[in-house]
Write a new protein. Structure first.
Length: 475
């Protein structure tokens, strides 16, 4: 007897979308068959008629329990932790989160991972893993620990080409060190995740605008500009061309220039993958002029309307392969306490609405396929970061991480619909389709708006990147 059969829904599988029955035993999917094929009894039959059945969402870029620099006279602290963020994620149909283990001088990379895991283990409703983040002057002996880190199940290494703000000196990794890191990552089957902005130009623009007295955050797009993205992407991607097997994941692409650079590299057959945020694609820098305009900001800044259009086009043509949030969950009071270009809080509350917003914007509004939508919100991140096919697929042998989306839901989104915090950039957004049931490893974890598990249910997931991802643009 099966534990669960899901019947009557349009199921998005690796072979395409169709009306299938899905059989679940324990934590795994054991069968996907034509309607009526699964004739045996089940402890529970879920009627998915009229629903779309998709693999659980994967958000490959969040920051939970993250240090928040304080503006002058403001409050320094931490963003919401894994317990809270993962709860909101499940309500929104996301079942796996990838955060960051931030290396500090004096630590080994193993110590960095172990320290970060203490923030998560037993305190997360979803499954999870970490990218290892290297910052500043990384000594050779730490670079030499990259192979062991990859082999231990953490194959993604994040690097910065900028300090981001003047107050965050020490984030930027010099290009010689990046080159050394690329070599080690490539030789040992890892992926480099790159925050690419031109540091000289960014810091020049901070100095220029401060000198001119134009310090309001509404000027942020002049600092973290499309030109900066263009210059940094070109340099990083050219460097990768000189390291055999270097696979790069360009985080939070925000400008048309970034889309173009990724597209050109992929056209050369290089294993380059672009990420953007539903946030960047949906809001332009004009949003900064709205009341509490800080709620729309993350780093790099929002760009122009043409850049938004380029991001949607990049999703449609496959240049952009995944949608993340760069999520930093804070109360409104904290999010809006910085009012200058050099002290505005980054990140945004977007983990919960990500899947629903993306269904609305890709399938309902733009006519993209269900397969494209699932790729952007789940499957492609699973493949790039070594979770596939355990995660990101509805197929026999995969974890039974499954979400039911109701496409008949058509209403304006309110912050009261959400569980992340007391504000939402998506307040008043028209949604057409929304997750109504979430399963994680064979257990119904959200049903009828109720969370049915505790934070001890989530577990860390070891990862190994497939050869296909490393040898060319496989997704």
């Amino acid at each position: 007897m099966l534990d669960i059969i899901i019947r009557g829904g349009t199921v998005v599988t690796p072979q395409g979308a169709g009306v299938w029955d899905v059989g679940i035993q324990g934590e795994q999917i054991v069968a996907v068959g034509a309607p009526g094929v699964l004739t045996e009894d089940a402890h529970r039959l879920i009627d998915a008629s009229g629903k779309i059945v998709i693999p659980g969402g994967i958000d490959p870029h969040i920051h939970a329990k993250w240090h928040l620099p304080a503006p002058t006279g403001g409050v320094e602290g931490l963003s919401a932790g894994p317990e809270h963020v993962s709860m909101a994620a499940l309500h929104g149909g996301t079942t796996t989160l990838l955060d960051f283990a931030n290396w500090q001088p004096g630590e080994t990379l193993q110590q960095t991972i172990e320290k970060r895991d203490t923030d998560w283990r037993g305190q997360c409703h979803t499954d999870y893993s970490f990218h290892v983040m290297l910052m500043g002057d990384v000594p050779p002996e730490v670079l030499d620990q990259i192979p062991e880190t990859i082999q231990s199940g953490y194959p993604s290494i994040k690097l910065f080409t900028t300090d981001i703000t003047p107050s965050r000196k020490g984030r930027m990794v010099r290009f010689g060190t990046i080159w050394e890191a690329f070599q080690r990552i490539a030789r040992h089957n890892g992926v480099a995740a790159i925050h690419a902005e031109d540091n000289d130009l960014v810091m020049h623009m901070y100095e220029k605008l401060i000198r001119e007295g134009r310090t309001g955050f509404e000027n942020m797009a002049e600092v973290h500009s499309a030109l900066s993205e263009d210059m940094a992407f070109a340099r990083v991607l050219r460097l990768a061309r000189h390291v055999e097997g270097a696979a790069l994941y360009m985080v939070h692409v925000s400008a048309a220039a970034g889309v173009e650079a990724v597209s050109e590299a992929r056209g050369r057959g290089l294993p380059i993958y672009g990420e953007t945020l539903h946030h960047y694609a949906s809001f332009s820098s004009d949003a900064y002029k709205r009341p509490n305009g800080q709620i729309y900001h993350t780093y790099p800044s929002l760009k122009g309307e043409d850049d938004c259009r380029a991001l949607w086009d990049g999703m449609a043509d496959g240049t952009i392969v995944s949608i993340a949030t760069d999520g930093i969950c804070t109360p409104l009071q904290v999010k809006v306490q910085g009012k200058r270009i050099d002290d505005t809080t980054g990140g945004n509350a977007g983990v919960e609405p990500r899947v629903g917003i993306m269904y609305t914007e890709t399938v309902a509004k733009r006519g993209m396929s269900l397969e494209k939508f699932v790729g952007l919100t789940s499957t492609n991140a699973a493949r790039v970061f070594g979770l596939y096919p355990k995660k990101g697929a509805i197929a026999p042998g995969s974890d039974a991480d499954i979400v039911l989306v109701d496409p008949s839901i058509d209403r304006l989104l309110t912050k009261e619909d959400l569980h992340e915090t007391d504000y939402s950039p998506w307040e008043g957004w028209q949604i057409r389709g929304w997750p109504v049931m979430t399963m994680l490893r064979g257990k119904v974890v959200v049903e009828n708006g109720q969370l049915l598990i505790g934070p001890e249910y989530g577990r860390v997931v070891p990862r190994k990147v497939a050869d296909a991802i490393l040898s060319g643009p496989a997704v």
